[in-house]
Design a protein around this ligand. Structure first.
Ligand code: ADP
Ligand code: ZN
Length: 360
């Protein structure tokens, strides 16, 4: 099977790339999980489309399979839902040898992973991500958790899966807005890694938008390779991993200020646009590179600016982010295209001119 590996301090695990679920059983076998019990956790949308297919693909490989379905959406991402998972685990005698499978988007992966990390102090889990965002970002790297009192992902853990199985065909049924929001995270990997990757997306944007499986596999695999490389060097965000937050300092603040009415990826698009504004003023990216980014975001119907909130509101919100240390904002900027660095040395004028560019 087509695969790559993620290596962390105490674990090495594969990410498989496929266009169906046929290889899932083999993945289970290869990772020594044969004959155990399986508990599939999925959301209401994904479960009704893919639940049976996954169950069928795995029935010969597990002793028994349980399925737990929760209501789809970020609103479910809280400790009450986790508590429902635990109850289901207890009722079905889920033990240390049971494997938890997350079948769904980022919300499902983060929650199933968190439940697996904490139940019986940790049982094995596997990721079967079905949104573009989850396939290129959240299912890789071991961050799991839930939202709490309007703070996103504030309760959580680092917990790596046994493997990640990406079936790009599942993206066929993903609503367009969700797909495009995932593209924001895909596009993010260009400026932080190499212009060559951006060129590939630009040259293949039509196939990608049409969800051609080969084009999708190419970009998803590349994103996973980049993320795996970053995570392998810095599992717990001591430094390098921060580059993955490109566009997120401003993006997160907008997301919160908009009461989560915009999707995460849409806010990342706004945040990247703002960061490019700063880099352009510093002459570390040029007009063409900026134009290319904007055109790509526009092609995938991502917002370049919004008018419903004020720069002051976003500016103060940024200081409330959980990543802020010593009341200092941290930004990922570009030394040049493909060369990111993290810094707290961005002055207020620069931040305001970036905010003014996207909030109008
Ligand atoms: P994200 O992955 O962006 O963090 P979610 O896990 O909430 O977000 O998924 C976004 C939405 O897309 C949810 O409503 C979810 O049920 C739905 N969804 C996820 N995967 C698919 C799919 N492959 N086909 C159709 N809908 C999907
Ligand atoms: Zn993100």
């Amino acid at each position: 099977m087509n695969s790559i590996y993620v290596e962390t301090n105490d674990k090495r695990y594969p990410i498989y790339f496929a266009h169906d679920f046929d290889g899932l059983g083999k993945a289970v076998e290869e990772n020594g999980l044969l004959g155990r019990k399986l508990c599939i956790i999925s959301d209401s949308n994904v479960s009704s489309i893919y639940g049976e297919k996954v169950k069928k693909a795995l029935e010969d490989y597990f002793e028994s399979i349980f399925v737990y379905t929760f209501n789809a959406g970020e609103k479910s991402k809280n400790l009450n839902t986790i508590s429902d998972f635990y109850e289901f685990f207890l009722e079905n005698h889920i033990d240390r040898k049971t494997v938890v499978a997350a079948l769904g988007g980022g919300v499902c992966g983060d929650m199933a992973g968190f439940a697996a990390a904490t139940y019986l102090r940790g049982i094995k889990f596997i990721q079967i991500p079905t949104t573009l965002l989850a396939q290129v970002d959240s299912s890789v790297g071991g961050k799991v958790g839930v939202d709490f009192k309007n703070s996103k992902n504030i309760i959580g853990a680092f917990y790596q899966p046994e493997f990640v199985y990406i079936n790009t065909q599942t993206l066929d049924t993903l609503p367009e807005r969700e797909f495009n929001a995932g593209m924001a995270e895909v596009i993010k990997y260009g400026p932080i890694y190499s212009h060559e990757f951006t060129e590939y997306i630009v040259n293949n944007k039509k196939s990608v938008a049409q969800r051609d499986k080969h084009a999708l596999e190419h970009i998803i695999k590349k994103c996973c390779e980049i993320k795996a490389e970053v995570v392998s060097k810095d599992e717990k965000e001591g430094g390098l991993r921060e580059i993955l937050n490109f566009g997120h300092t401003i993006g997160h603040a907008i997301e919160t200020k908009m009461d989560f009415s915009l999707l995460h990826g849409e806010c990342v698009a706004l945040g990247m646009n703002a960061v490019f504004e700063i880099c352009l003023k510093r002459n570390t990216v040029n007009e063409n590179e900026y134009k290319e980014l904007k055109e790509l975001l526009e092609y995938f119907k991502l917002p370049l600016n919004i008018s419903s909130i004020m720069p002051d509101e976003v500016y103060s919100q940024m200081f409330l982010d959980k990543k802020v240390k010593n009341n200092q904002l941290s930004f990922v900027l570009l030394e040049k295209y493909g060369k990111p660095f993290s810094t707290t040395q961005v002055n207020k004028d620069e931040i305001y001119s970036a905010l003014n560019a996207v909030l109008r």
